[in-house]
Design a protein around this ligand. Sequence first.
Ligand code: BTN
Length: 285
Amino acid sequence: MIPADINQALVAGANRVGLFGDRLRFFSEVPSTNDVAMGLAAEGAEDGTIVLAESQTNGRGRRGREWFSPAVAGLYFSIILRGVYSPTITLMAGVAVTEGIRAATGVPVLIKWPNDLVVEGPCSSGKKSKISKIGGILTETCQVEGAADAVVIGIGINVTTTEYPTGFTVQASSLENEIGKKVERALVFIEVLAAMSEWRLKMLQGYEHAMLDRWSELAPMSKETQIQWVEGNESRHGVTKGIDNEGALLVFSNEKIERLWAGDVEWRDSAAQLDSHKGYDVIRN
Ligand code: BTN
């Protein structure tokens, strides 16, 4: 049964969430909402179907990482979209989730390329600012006979105050940790759906450039920024030059512009521990 807080918020926000209003499938526990959504998409589930779970036993992050998903501590859901197959769909999801969280909580969430949801803490050492991750997005494509049939956008948002695993390049935090008071998860859920509904429509109407502009406003790396990343066994660094219209990150490095497609990049002064990234390659062309 859909939890009462989520149900009430869905009813109250019905006129803002568009097609997401009546397509929610709720589970108390699943291995991964993305896995369930991919299965449903392959069986022909409708555009706008949402799989929401109270907890995940095998929550998956990008690049094969685990997504910590204890019961009630966060929002774990996956949205099936059909008919929007742009390579920038994952950036659209980042914009929608960021706007939704901001609208629901006022937390000044930022996007770290490609779509980590982060908050910038106070400058503790005088010049370095602390970056904490409060959410992430895992986009997967369901293919039928070699062609994209549906896109599954998996969204994880850390909501309550919880002990998060340590040892990552970017430490996890939660909305409640950042704001210092209780956050209504249902409100966050509805605001994310409302923003997703709006941006999905704009993408379908051809306003992809407006979405990319909005992404750039919300992502500090769209401005010239010193970054570093690991490629094979090599530490690389460069200066960001924004994104292109396919969502690749443009980086000036070794006297030329490179296009980074996927992977992990870090701010050069954000206490990055590149060792923890060994084995993860940045894909570029
Ligand atoms: C990342 O930042 O690495 C992406 C994390 C995505 C986590 C969400 S939680 C809901 C959905 N189901 C999953 O197994 N993963 C995504």
